[in-house]
Design a protein around this ligand. Structure first.
Ligand SMILES: *Cc1c(COP(=O)(O)O)cnc(C)c1O
Ligand code: SF4
Length: 458
């Protein structure tokens, strides 16, 4: 098996890439990021203010290879990784800016930061209360979510960071050091015990953060035991990652990358479907030699790369960007999977796009690509009742409506039943929609309320 993986090396291009050291920058290092010198002192101060509230982390590869500094501040990857003033509401911005200017005492500043963070809906879709499973004794299993029957999400503690942070990150609360807001588990044994008991589960989704920040040996501790016959019901192992964008050298060059390729190939050869759920927002992320070499190398193990990512104002709210992204993905052997709606958390006011605009962008983009790229579903809202897709806008019996469907639901029986919301050109999330045709409630509403009451009681 090892020999086979090594035989792939000259073909996959990885040998062209020597190990590259990982050099990272956080809020404290803003002044050391050379190309920022071209911005005004006011712009740099704005970054300092915003990054005291929301997480900021970038690395040399993103700075040197992904951002076109001539296009800053409009460059999409700059918007994806660097804090922007508009990300905070004016009253929040002014409050933190004033404290920083006055060099306020540390505890006063921290208290203000904490209050602003808690005003930003740190845990959307009731994740803490509603998705965490409990064991036989009723203890909540931290670091796991089991929302849809067939899929368990696992958040390994060593993987709860990323090689850089997205400005719109929906898991931002985990990255700002607030322990109360964190979901993580270091317990491989808890994961394995849970999966052993739950034979209805077919898919394990290892996520974060980014599990690819972990050393391969940690990843191996979680995944290799799943090759035992008692885990035959786990057919698919998915790994959610943005490392193909933020740090493709994770898959190239270093020794640990070779170990990773061996682990992935071993899982595939043992009969599991292994999918790297790659987070992409813009075709520029696919447009470097390192990114493409990493993709080739991962694919050579037999792992399928599927692409998903949110539609975000200032970054990719343009059908041409999505059409080009999906075309490049297909060309590189990546399967387009989901277009998400920006979630209702963090800097949503800066990044959100009205649902009707999201649907127009999806439709106009999908019309430009061949059937192989039309595997992208969306735009989809990951809301508390389930994943709700906007299928379109139409008129029924004289009323303009959104046509919606569940792609995933807390009750699998809700999936694929069309339902209708009153048209609203400003709505950006499910909770802003109301049922069409004067109906009082959604077809799923009573059942959802009772599931919710039950979960919150445990
Ligand atoms: C999206 C998601 C899944 C996986 O859903 P698929 O439609 O199978 O990709 C599982 N659990 C949660 C909580 C999710 O949001
Ligand atoms: S890759 Fe995902 S988890 Fe990491 S910062 Fe971006 S959105 Fe957040």
């Amino acid at each position: 098996m090892n020999a086979q993986v090594h035989a792939l090396k000259p073909l996959d291009g990885a040998s062209l890439f020597d190990p590259v050291p990982f050099k990272v920058y956080t809020q404290r290092d803003l002044d050391r990021i050379a190309p920022l010198a071209r911005l005004s002192p006011e712009q740099r101060f704005e970054m300092k203010v915003v990054s005291s509230v929301l997480p900021f982390r970038v690395n040399q590869y993103v700075i040197d290879e992904l951002i076109d500094w001539r296009q800053v501040p409009d460059d999409p990857i700059f918007q994806l990784t660097f804090p922007q003033r508009g990300m905070l509401a004016p009253e929040h911005y002014d409050r933190i800016a004033a404290l920083l200017r006055a060099e306020a005492p540390k505890d006063e500043l921290e208290r203000a930061i904490d209050e602003v963070r808690h005003a930003l809906n740190p845990h959307p879709a009731d994740q803490m209360q509603m998705n965490m499973p409990v064991d036989d004794e009723g203890h909540r299993l931290d670091g796991m979510q089991h929302k849809y029957r067939e899929t368990v999400l696992f958040f390994p503690s060593q993987g709860q960071t990323c090689h850089a942070y997205c400005t719109f990150c929906f898991r931002w609360a985990q990255f700002v050091g607030d322990k109360d807001l964190r979901i993580a588990s270091s317990e491989a044994s808890a994961l394995h015990a849970y999966l052993r008991q739950h034979t209805e589960v077919t898919d394990l989704l290892v996520t974060g953060g980014d599990p690819m920040v972990m050393k391969t040996r940690h990843l191996r501790d979680y995944l290799e035991p799943l090759l035992q016959p008692e885990f035959d019901h786990i057919q698919t192992i998915r790994i959610g990652s943005k490392a193909l964008t933020f740090w493709p050298h994770r898959f190239l060059g270093a020794d640990d990358a070779d170990d990773l390729m061996r682990l992935l190939a071993q899982l595939v050869e043992s009969g599991k479907h292994v999918a790297l759920m790659a987070h992409y927002n813009h075709w520029k992320e696919l447009d470097t030699d390192a990114a493409q070499a990493a993709i080739r190398r991962v694919r050579a193990t037999g792992v399928v790369i599927r692409a998903q990512g949110p539609l975000i104002a200032h970054i990719n709210d343009d059908p041409a960007v999505w059409a080009k992204l999906w075309k490049m993905e297909v060309k590189l052997g990546i399967v387009p999977y989901y277009m998400f709606v920006e979630r209702d958390t963090g800097a949503r006011n800066y990044f959100e796009v009205p649902l009707v605009r999201a649907w127009e962008i999806y439709q106009q983009a999908i019309q430009q690509v061949s059937g192989l790229a039309r595997t992208a579903r969306g735009p989809s809202m990951s809301a508390s009742p389930g994943k709700v897709e906007i299928q379109g806008v139409t008129e029924i019996a004289g009323e303009k409506v959104f046509v919606l469907r569940f792609i995933q639901g807390r009750n699998p029986d809700w999936v694929q039943r069309p339902f209708f919301a009153k048209y609203d050109d400003k709505a950006t999330w499910l909770d802003q929609l109301v049922p069409a045709f004067g109906e009082e409630k959604w077809f799923w509403q009573d059942e959802y309320q009772s599931i919710r009451a039950q979960k919150l009681a445990t």
